[in-house]
Design a protein around this ligand. Structure first.
Ligand code: GLN
Length: 249
C-alpha cells in the first residue's frame, strides 16, 4: 500500500507538509505508522502541484526512494503552491516498476493517486478493461492496476463527471467485476475527492492555511479526523464533507 497526501489552501512550500512534519510523507517512505499492507514505500514517489495563474499542474516523479533524491529536497523548499498531491509507492506484485508507475498520474488539470491493489490484476480483468475504448487502454500511463483505475476515472471526468462522481463511479466499476483496496485521491487544484476502501485516510484543517487529506496523520497534533472505510470525501473552498459509498459493509 502506498501513502498519499493532498493539500488545498494558502500558498506554502511542499516541505512544510511533506518533509518537516515528524511523520510526513517523506518519513512515511521508510516508517509509515498506519499502513495495512507492505512495510516501506521505496518504489518511487511523485509530487504534483499547481502554480498560480496556471491550471495545468507540474509533476516531478522518480523511480527510487524519495530520500535518495536531492532535487526533491530543493523543489520542496522553493516551490510555493495552493494545491498539491504527492505519493510514495510500494509496488504491488505483478505491477510494472519505474517512474511512469509512480503517482501522481495526470491529464489536463487533474492529478490522481491510488493506495491499494486490484484483485485479479492483470490477467482476470477483461470485463473491467472492456469498459474502456481500446485507444484509452493504449494510453495507460503504466502497466499497473493504479494506471487502469486512473484511466477509468479519467474516462468519467472526460464525460463530464465531477471529481466525486469520477471516483465513486470508478470504485463501483471495480467492485462490479472484482475486489480490491481502492483508496483513491483526485484533485483539479481547486477541490479534491478521495475514497476509503481498504486502507486509512485522515483529514485536518490547518488554521489560517487550508485542508490536508492524507493516508495517515503527519504528526500527533489534535485536529486529525479519521475517515471511515467505505467513504467518499470531498474538500473545497466550502470545507470537507464525507458520505458513505454504496456496497461497503
Ligand atoms: N498497486 C499499486 C502499484 O503497484 C499501488 C501500490 C500501493 O498502494 N502500494 O503501484
Amino acid at each position: 500500500m502506498c501513502r498519499h497526501i493532498a493539500y488545498l489552501g494558502e500558498p506554502l512550500a511542499p516541505r512544510e507538509l511533506l518533509v518537516h512534519p515528524p511523520h510526513g510523507l517523506y518519513r512515511q517512505s521508510w516508517a509509515p505508522r498506519t499502513q495495512r499492507h507492505g512495510t516501506v514505500n521505496v518504489d518511487g514517489f511523485g509530487l504534483g502541484w499547481y502554480a498560480d495563474g496556471d491550471e495545468i499542474p507540474a509533476r516531478y516523479r522518480r523511480a527510487g526512494p524519495v530520500w535518495a533524491d536531492a532535487a526533491f529536497a530543493d523543489l520542496a523548499r522553493v516551490i510555493r503552491t495552493r494545491a498539491l498531491l504527492a505519493a510514495v509507492r510500494s509496488a504491488t506484485e505483478g505491477c510494472a516498476a519505474g517512474e511512469s508507475a509512480a503517482a501522481p498520474f495526470t491529464a489536463g488539470r487533474w492529478l490522481f493517486s491510488h493506495n491499494g491493489a486490484v484483485a485479479g490484476w492483470p490477467g482476470k480483468l477483461d470485463a473491467l478493461a472492456a469498459l474502456l475504448p481500446p485507444a484509452e487502454l493504449l494510453e495507460l500511463e503504466a502497466r499497473t492496476d493504479s494506471a487502469l483505475l486512473w484511466a477509468l476515472a479519467l474516462h468519467r471526468l472526460r464525460a463530464g463527471a465531477d471529481l466525486g462522481e469520477a471516483l465513486a463511479g470508478t470504485v463501483a466499476d471495480v467492485v462490479a467485476h472484482t475486489t480490491g483496496r481502492l483508496n483513491l485521491l483526485l484533485t483539479d487544484g481547486r477541490s479534491l475527492a478521495a475514497t476509503t476502501w481498504g486502507d486509512t485516510l485522515h483529514h485536518r484543517t490547518l488554521p489560517g492555511l487550508g485542508t490536508v487529506v492524507a493516508s495517515e496523520p503527519f504528526d500527533d497534533a489534535p485536529g486529525w479526523t479519521a475517515v471511515p472505510d467505505g467513504s467518499l470525501l470531498l474538500a473545497g473552498p466550502g470545507g470537507v464533507t464525507v458520505r458513505r459509498l454504496p456496497g461497503r459493509d
